[in-house]
Design a protein around this ligand. Sequence first.
Ligand code: ADP
Ligand code: MG
Length: 325
Amino acid sequence: DTVINQIAAGEVIERPASVVKELVENALDAGSTRIEVATAGGGLSLLRVTDNGGGIAPDELPLAVSRHCTSKLTDDIHDIRSLGFRGEALPSIGSVARLSLRSRPEGADSAAEIAVEGGRVSPVRPVAANRGTTVEVRDLFFATPARLKFMKSERAETAAITEVVKRMALAFPEVRFTLTGSDRNTLELPAVPADGEGLLRRIAQVMGKDFSENTLPIEAEREGVALSGHVSIPSFSRGNAMLQYFYVNGRPVRDKLLTGAIRGAYMDVLPRDRHAVVALFISLDPALVDVNVHPAKADVRFRDPGLVRGLIVGAIRHALEISGM
Ligand code: ADP
Ligand code: MG
């Protein structure tokens, strides 16, 4: 089983940032309102995610670290409400690192912990802990040295972790996120209301106040596809497209169709080597979109790409026009 899990880990866990993504998704799925991420050594020596969510009962800890055990399966794969649903992340991480999972479920008066080291699962033991779950990952890839060789510098891994936390944080303004640790990649994102004003505050926290003060609000709908968010005014542009954040039904995505639509929308107001800064949220019937469920990817296939592209281009051009740009 350890070998199967290590093969799965090769798919799911590319680098420390992928671990952070999986653990933060789990914390969000558990209904947490506070999520703390701590890292050391670019996430390779330590990654710790602490949440205040629903937790895991002691007798369910062994299940949580077993392959294909998920508490989240729904009948229809399109109808995924939770972020993770494959039951692969924890066993994969446990097969290539030293993993410990400590949890105290809501209403329980005691906590318990399970550890997995290079695939070897230890018995559950009682511990002291606050409500919620702490997942600690040490020595990532110690059990697969070949994979360890592929890691970039600690700085690059740290930057990728920061990016993952920012991406998730934009989609969940009501959740407080912190990022701390010896990697000095500190983020402190207090919870804000889930309304438009709150979103703009979260955008300022994540993407900078200078961006939040130079945006046009976007709000449009066509044939059941809703678009909202903020885009930069033409005088506020970047030399690369890194600061373009897209979400489909609350999931962070990266896709050529979407970046292409932005390029098209700004075609007449930005030179080719300048890029708009955007935070855009698309909501549509989940049956009309296929968000790649491959954990390491984030591309997306719309049933009607032309509709989505037209909606984005039209909404941004309209916003530019009415603001006189
Ligand atoms: P998946 O998220 O696909 O179900 P994971 O391997 O990521 O699979 O997690 C396995 C299970 O462990 C989850 O289904 C959930 O029941 C439990 N779990 C993991 N992390 C948390 C957490 N932070 N809070 C509560 N339960 C958790
Ligand atoms: Mg998961």
